[in-house]
Design a protein around this ligand. Structure first.
Ligand SMILES: O=C(COP(=O)(O)O)[C@H](O)[C@H](O)COP(=O)(O)O
Length: 345
């Protein structure tokens, strides 16, 4: 079935929904799923003319693009696939698009493997690595080090509010790595036991700033104070070309219920904190607490933050490792001049 209006097939809508809901998450995985979705669009398109086919693919790209704003791997993937949409007939366009998406997915997997081998060189036998969130690029470094026979241990930050640290812990344990899981607030204390901080990235800006899961910047600042090197594992698909012309990276603000579910909010707002009597008889719910007179409770839920380059020791890519300040050279080489929206490709 095709969405008649936009021509976007249900498989694309469903991938977009999964990305928005974080069923599909992590910058590399999102890019892979987006390329796959465009291939699905190409395969299932009922367009009868090359122009209609191109229109549909652009609409599909836009649907995918509008899901989450921070990981540049998403528009980079869309742009890459759409730029390969060559041909004079619908059949040729279909074949070219599917082929291009497959090439993208293959290159992505190879880049991650290569990056892992490079990152593993920074890790010594017996090292303890502190992680934040769940990054397949970061895990690739650990996997390569383990495959080369190094013994590693991990201190895994829980990563509130979505607890992606649990995914990291599960994976590392499957690989036989002893894991110590900590709440985010305990990171500074446990940095004394860590030899490296290893994180991934959603975007890397031209000045070498690293945009990653919220909490990365605080971790990096603490690591610098403790003398623990911070290594960022990021395939070049994470380089954000628009930042070369001064654009900033949008930080996604997610729903407040991830931080404060409704029942917990009610437990806070149900008590009138200005009413001394109500506070003393704990558990008393003030019926008027949510009245316009009650003080406002605001919850902010930024999904990512920005770590300035001075707190990062190395950005490890499939092209080698770079000091953050020199990443712009690689960015220029790979992306050339600044880019348009993916659907303008
Ligand atoms: O911040 C996150 C995931 O955030 P979210 O869970 O909100 O998507 C990851 O560190 C990067 O995306 C890198 O992941 P990878 O190395 O797998 O690309």
């Amino acid at each position: 079935m095709v969405d008649e209006e936009a021509g976007v097939v249900p498989a694309v809508e469903s991938t977009a929904d999964d990305i928005a809901a974080m069923e599909i998450r992590g910058a590399a995985t999102i890019a892979d799923a987006a390329a796959e979705a465009l291939a699905n669009q190409a395969e299932r398109s009922r367009a009868e003319s090359p122009a209609a086919f191109r229109r549909e693919l652009r609409a599909a790209a836009r649907t995918l693009y509008e899901t989450r704003p921070t990981a540049v791997s998403l528009p980079n993937a869309l742009r890459y696939v759409l730029r390969g949409m060559d041909g004079d007939t619908v059949a040729d366009l279909r074949a070219a698009t599917i082929d291009r998406a497959e090439t993208f997915q293959r290159d992505l997997a190879q880049a991650q493997e290569r990056l892992g081998e490079i990152g593993a060189n920074r890790l010594r036998d017996g090292d303890v690595v502190m992680t934040h969130c769940h990054s397949t690029d970061a895990l690739s470094c650990l996997e390569a080090a383990l495959k080369s026979g190094k013994h590693l241990e991990a201190i895994v930050k829980e990563t509130r509010p979505r607890k992606q640290g649990h995914i990291t812990a599960r994976q590392l344990r499957e690989w036989g790595v002893p894991v110590t899981l900590i709440v985010d607030n305990a990171a500074r204390r446990y940095l004394d036991e860590a030899d490296h901080v290893l994180v991934g990235a959603d975007s890397i800006a031209a000045d070498g700033s690293v945009i990653n899961k919220v909490g990365t910047s605080g971790l990096a600042v603490n690591a610098r104070e403790r003398g623990v090197p911070v290594m960022v594992a990021a395939q070049t698909i994470k380089l954000h070309p628009d930042t070369m012309t001064g654009h900033t990276v949008e930080i996604e603000m997610r729903d407040e219920t991830e931080v404060l579910p409704d029942e917990e909010r009610a437990a806070i707002t149900g008590v009138d904190v200005t009413d001394e009597d109500a506070r003393e008889t704990t558990g008393t719910i003030d019926e008027d607490a949510d009245s316009p007179a009650a003080p406002e409770l605001t919850v902010e839920n930024p999904a990512f933050d920005v770590t300035p380059p001075r707190y990062v020791d190395a950005i490890v890519t499939e092209r080698g490792q770079f000091p953050p300040e020199s990443i712009v050279t690689l960015m220029r080489e790979l992306f050339g001049e600044p880019t348009d929206d993916p659907w303008d490709a």
